[in-house]
Design a binder for this molecule. Sequence first.
Ligand SMILES: Nc1ncnc2c1ncn2[C@@H]1O[C@H](COP(=O)(O)OP(=O)(O)OP(=O)(O)O)[C@@H](O)[C@H]1O
Ligand SMILES: [Mg+2]
Length: 433
Amino acid sequence: MTSYIIFLTCTFGIIAIYAGLIAFEFSGNGLTAYQELLVFAIFPLIALASHQYGYWSGGVSRRFLRKVIDAVPSMLFVKDRQGRFKLANQALADVYGTTVTDIIGKKDKDFNQDIEELDHFSSDDLHVIENLEDKFIPEEEVTDWKGVTRWYQTVKRPLQFVPGGDVHVLGVATDINETKRLQTELLQAQKMEAIGQLAGGIAHDFNNLLTAILGHTQLLKILAQGQEEILRSVNLVEIAANQAAQLTAKLLAFARKGKHQNKAVNLHEIIEECKLFLERAMKGHSKLHHDLQAETAMVMGDPIQLQQVIMNLVLNAKDAVELKWESDAGEKGEIIVKTRSKSREECLDFEDLPKSGERFIELSVIDNGCGAPQDLTTKIFEPFFTTKEPGKGTGMGLPMVFGIVKSHGGGIAFRSEEGQGSVMTILLPKLNE
Ligand SMILES: Nc1ncnc2c1ncn2[C@@H]1O[C@H](COP(=O)(O)OP(=O)(O)OP(=O)(O)O)[C@@H](O)[C@H]1O
Ligand SMILES: [Mg+2]
């Protein structure tokens, strides 16, 4: 039975139906024995009939109210002290993958297996019931019947149907997943901006120092002609300084401070140019496929930088594939470089959709390598983040790619499943033909 209350009032009594139980208080003042009998016999019948047909004394249909409750987009529920649902709406039934009627009398644990969430729900419920006070939960996770976890903002309030009666908890939980996602994205963007400014500032000054060092090594080489030992040392200084210059160039690219060209570029041509080098780099360890179906792959940009983007992404994919398949990679490791033309509407769910541009070239590098855990998917764009052994990776490949994509007015997103593989997708604004 549901937990609606029906009140029928008249001058000599009050009658209520709650949770299918009929309760009435009767004054009996001034009634004859016959009238008393009528009240006792007829009132429950009227109440039962009105309950059955779904009418309230105020003229509000019970079915109407049910429709309203079920139309509320937030999850709405009433639980008793034992955590049994007394009321649930459609939004909650959808999350728990069942029907509203099935939930009644059951507990959260009958639908949700996440122990941490269950503990948290019941301790909040008890707090509300015992302290008779509201509880505002700014954000909490709720796992649905498919195992997907979403963020909710919940308000819980004590509810007593009759004065002095059992206290229940009324809850309204609103899905805030989208707000939470936008907040996280904003924080990440601000973080990248701050790191970019810091890295850019250091790299710029460092570059000036390196120019001086490299200039003087050239001079020293001339002055030290014939002195082999000095020349050997100067050469080592030059090699180290050149490596440092490469690193600062990557930092500058990440900070979008490096100089770059801006001309019409065909992305397919750039991919073709990288092909030979990349195929050699695979050394038979994995297969590299191309699936280039964007009709015209023209973008505005710097061909050298775009080449660096493709190289870095494919080399990362190769490392991931080798890590998963090891010596078997040649058989099983696969990398696909894919392009598609996309309209803005087709990209609306892309996490990093550029603010402007109506048409895009979507470039994806797909691999069936080791993948990355969920919490790493944003970290990988930060400078010097690497999971590779010292000497094998500097952690500057993706920050550079990130900076280049941004300075080309594009967006970048990484999707990965640990142990399964990854997809790195880039959207670049298409050049208007
Ligand atoms: N396709 C991929 N699959 C799984 N993990 C990846 C993939 N691409 C990047 N990563 C992760 O992101 C990290 C950072 O990548 P990034 O290219 O910035 O640096 P790196 O490859 O470690 O070093 P560098 O590119 O400077 O030589 C990698 O160490 C790896 O953990
Ligand atoms: Mg890399």
